[in-house]
Write a protein that binds this ligand. Structure first.
Ligand SMILES: NC(=O)c1ccc[n+]([C@@H]2O[C@H](COP(=O)([O-])OP(=O)(O)OC[C@H]3O[C@@H](n4cnc5c(N)ncnc54)[C@H](O)[C@@H]3O)[C@@H](O)[C@H]2O)c1
Length: 252
């Protein structure tokens, strides 16, 4: 069987998180050289996935990571901006510090990492940047105000980057998941008194009656990273088990 990413190099921010780990594993299985860039390393890790300590909010950290990478790899083919956090609050309950923090990670992190990756991506003959938006960038879940705002910003940034860097042969897309079974979702459910009932309710509201697994997201990321997706750019790819296709009032 052909390995679709054979010989390619990939950097995944948030590579130690639920979705990031699934992406790193899939990329490695498809033959890519993979670097997971995150705040700290997850204990049980695949030997073929390298790790670098990286804070997406820090320009110093971005400069250091990409300077080191440029000394090692002649080019970067794939950048996945998956680092992200969620704050479960209305705007009234969100402090300015929390607001600035979530924008620093979800939006500024995507900007900074992409900016520092561009010189290496330009050396690739099939460069692909994959940002992480969310279905929450289109429609709102209750008490996720700042998070929704960051994801809307990532969607707009994705389109702008695709327009600016398409002529250089760099494709830019955003994945917009619905509910995916990761530590982020666990923390969301954990805040509810009856989280098992909450999980069942969340599954049942989907047309497919389930929420996604990290591997479901990695499948789409893998395609967007590959040369098969050479004509795909500037788009926001919703993957949510049909959740946002449905008029929720019909289930009342
Ligand atoms: N899980 C979902 O339901 C869901 C839905 C829609 C979108 N998303 C998006 O998918 C992406 C991945 O989410 P996940 O569910 O895997 O979350 P996760 O919490 O499992 O992983 C997020 C990762 O980001 C890392 N991170 C946080 N701050 C960082 C920083 N300053 N620098 C570097 N790394 C940092 C964390 O250490 C963690 O490993 C996020 O952008 C998230 O917003 C997730």
């Amino acid at each position: 069987m052909d390995l679709v990413l054979e010989g390619k190099t990939a950097l995944v921010t948030g590579g130690e998180g639920g979705i990031g780990r699934a992406i790193c594993s899939r990329f490695a299985r498809e033959g890519a050289n993979v670097l997971s860039a995150d705040l700290s390393r997850h204990s049980a890790r695949q030997a073929d996935i390298r790790f670098v300590e990286y804070d997406v909010t820090s320009e110093q950290s971005a400069a250091a990571v990409f300077a080191a990478l440029a000394g090692e790899w002649d080019r970067l083919d794939i950048l996945v901006n998956a680092a992200g956090i969620e704050i479960e609050k209305t705007i009234e309950d969100t402090s300015l510090e929390e607001w600035n923090r979530i924008f620093a990670i979800n939006v500024t992190g995507t900007f900074l990492t992409s900016k520092y990756a561009l010189p290496m991506l330009r050396h690739s003959s099939g460069a692909s940047i994959i940002n992480f938006g969310s279905y929450d960038g289109f429609i709102a879940d209750p008490k996720l105000a700042a998070y929704c705002a960051t994801k809307g910003a990532v969607h707009a940034l994705t389109r702008a980057m695709a327009c600016d860097h398409g002529p250089e042969g760099i494709r830019v897309n955003a994945i917009c998941p619905g509910y995916v079974d990761t530590p982020m979702l666990a923390s969301f459910f954990g805040e509810h008194a009856d989280s098992e009932a909450q999980k069942k309710a969340a599954r049942d509201v989907h047309p497919l009656r389930t929420y996604g697994q990290p591997e479901d997201i990695a499948n789409l990321v893998n395609w967007l990273a590959s040369d098969e997706a050479r004509y795909a750019s500037g788009q926001l790819w919703v993957i949510d088990g049909g959740l946002s296709a449905q008029v929720q009032q019909m289930r009342l």
